[in-house]
Design a protein. Sequence first.
Length: 146
Amino acid sequence: MKNQNSEKIKKALELAIQESSSNGLDAVERILQTLDQQKIVRYHNDGDVNLLSTSGKVLVSLIEDSTMTIRAIATYLGLSETMIDKTVKSLMNAGLVTKTKVNRQNVYKLNKKIINEQLDIRQFLRAISLLNEENIDDEIGNSDPF
């Protein structure tokens, strides 16, 4: 397992260095972005406000990669394994996620129907679609309400 992780990191770093030299990006920035895309380390600019709860962050992580381990999710999100384990159990209890063992590793399956029925998710998707509409101002709140 450790050898697999080492190879994954090595390939991610090689890819990042190649891409950064070909498109002029800062090599360190590109390496961090690639490590984030590979779910090896989480890298992005956190704002002062967290818009997603821990449950939301874990669910998004599992949507992006359902083979992530508790340890990988904890490392990626910068949270304890205990917190991630409790959160995954609550997602399972709510029916959003199921867990099966494949080759001694937990693999999570998302219940898309129940996820799509969640009011919070539907409301969030509607809000995002409003942001993406062509007729919306570049900054929310700049339009005349009347």
